[in-house]
Design a protein around this ligand. Structure first.
Ligand code: ATP
Ligand code: MG
Length: 462
């Protein structure tokens, strides 16, 4: 029903303020009632004591009856609260009765019925259509009765209720308006954030929500959103770069193939020349399939799909075979390939994929070595991990490029790498494969000195 948070907060705020007002009013009412009641009781006790004392003096000093009655009358006339006084003697006759009482309606009638009650001051309802408090006290042979109307207490209480009745709606209105304005002030900032965030779409990811520098929750929302937009910006740029690189890598061999085939069609080439053209076109096709296959593997890995099988692999056999392949490949360029170490270890994984990962490193080591260089390969068992090292004494990688060589299509020397048929995907593929085996791959390199790649994979637990 209430979809706006602003409205909900305002209503909640009003409810809390109003409940607080009710509780405070109730406490004040109770406190006032008990204070007034105590003070009325006190006045009645004081009055009875004064009259009782006066009556005792009358008995001991045998004063004139009229004097006493006048004294009591005067005293009551000056007393600020309206009071009823009755004094009875032991013979059952009225010694004094205040003029506001009547013979047929004596206080004694009520007192006789209730006199045993505790506390000794009791309330009588319906005394001449109103309520009074009544108390009695013995003074020698006399019985002094005093009564006072309860209106003395009720009037201020009723006035308080009227004030509460008027203040209640006022409190509701003030807290509704105040709550709404307060909520509006807070939500205005949030609305600004929402409006700006809405404007920032894929084409405006360079934009940021203006930071008002506040350290409150809204400031936190702004900085979190800005960080998120920055991350999106980086991802979008990477995606765009990736698509551009991928299409560029495929465009070049396609263009080469097209030119070769057009030439072959136009020219009057003999069968040998035609075969040569077809063979070169086939090379380009193979190159493109390799790129597409690699891209598919990376896409699967990005999507969180399983890219490897899990079998028991004798890693020492695999490393020994790849070493032999490396020897053959490197022999054309008089590069020496040394097998440093070969521990017997097994891992759980995918034989073909692991071979591909290692061969990519060996391929690089040969590609980026100078003729007559040296490559070292080794496999070690270290605690519960297998460690493979492939190092070369080649051209090395400049420090500023080291952080990016595992990125897709990243090549330090574009011209050189492409001449050698490289698309810049080899290391990205190796990394994806090794990480799929819960392992890791890292590099150390010094430009013009050489490069060392290390692969770490967890051992198979029997
Ligand atoms: N052993 C190495 N020595 C020097 N530079 C290297 C070495 N290995 C990789 N690099 C640098 O890192 C870049 C990325 O390597 P990667 O294997 O991903 O791509 P590539 O070899 O260029 O192409 P591809 O492997 O797809 O055929 C290379 O272009 C190269 O500049
Ligand atoms: Mg490579």
């Amino acid at each position: 029903m209430f979809r706006s948070l602003r409205l909900k907060l305002t209503l909640l705020y009003t409810l809390i303020v109003f409940l607080t007002f009710l509780i405070v009013s109730f406490i004040i009412y109770q406190y006032l009632e008990s204070t007034l009641s105590k003070s009325l009781n006190q006045s009645m006790t004081n009055e009875s004591r004064w009259i009782a004392a006066r009556m005792e003096r009358y008995q001991t000093k045998a004063e004139n009856l009229k004097n006493v009655q006048e004294d009591i009358f005067d005293h009551a006339a000056y007393f600020p609260i309206k009071e009823y006084i009755e004094i009875w003697d032991s013979a059952g006759d009225i010694f004094y009765q205040s003029p506001n009482l009547a013979l047929q309606d004596t206080l004694m009638n009520w007192y006789k019925i209730r006199k045993t009650e505790k506390p000794e001051i009791f309330t009588i309802t319906d005394f001449r259509n109103h309520n009074i408090r009544l108390t009695g006290m013995r003074a020698g042979k006399f019985e002094v009765l005093i009564a006072m109307p309860i209106e003395n207490i009720n009037e201020p209480l009723e006035q308080l209720l009227v004030i509460i009745g008027w203040l209640g709606p006022l409190v509701i209105i003030v807290s509704l308006v105040g709550g709404y304005l307060l909520a509006r002030r807070s939500f205005l900032k949030i609305q600004q954030v929402i409006d700006t965030a809405k404007r920032i779409n894929a084409d405006r990811l360079y934009d940021r929500i203006p930071d008002q520098g506040s350290k409150d929750e809204i400031g936190e929302i702004i900085s979190t959103l800005n960080e998120m937009i920055s991350r999106l910006d980086v991802s979008f740029k990477q995606m765009k770069q990736f698509s551009a690189d991928a299409s560029h890598e495929l465009k070049t061999p396609l263009a080469v193939m097209r030119a070769q085939l057009e030439n072959a069609l136009d020219s009057k080439s003999n069968i040998i020349e035609l075969k040569d053209t077809v063979a070169r076109s086939l090379d380009e096709t193979l190159r493109m399939s390799a790129i597409v296959e690699n891209l598919l593997l990376l896409a699967k890995s990005d999507a969180g799909q399983e890219i490897i099988k899990r079998n028991k692999i004798d890693l020492h056999e695999l490393v020994s075979q790849t070493h032999e392949e490396c020897v053959i490949l490197a022999s054309h360029r008089s590069i020496e390939v040394i097998l440093m170490h070969l521990d017997r270890v097994s891992v759980l994984g995918d034989l073909e994929k692991l071979r591909q990962a290692i061969l990519n490193l060996i391929d690089n080591a040969i590609k980026y070595s100078n003729d007559g260089g040296k490559i070292e390969v080794g496999l070690w068992k270290e605690n519960d991990k297998a460690k493979i090292i492939i190092s070369d004494s080649g051209i090395g990688i400049p420090a500023e490029d080291l952080g990016r060589i595992f990125d897709r299509f990243y090549r330090v020397d574009k011209a050189r790498s492409r001449d050698m048929g490289g698309a810049g995907l080899g290391l990205a593929i190796s990394k994806a494969i090794i990480e799929a085996h819960s392992g890791m791959i890292y590099v150390r390199s010094t430009a013009q000195k050489g490069t060392e790649f290390t692969i770490i994979v967890p051992l198979l637990h029997n």
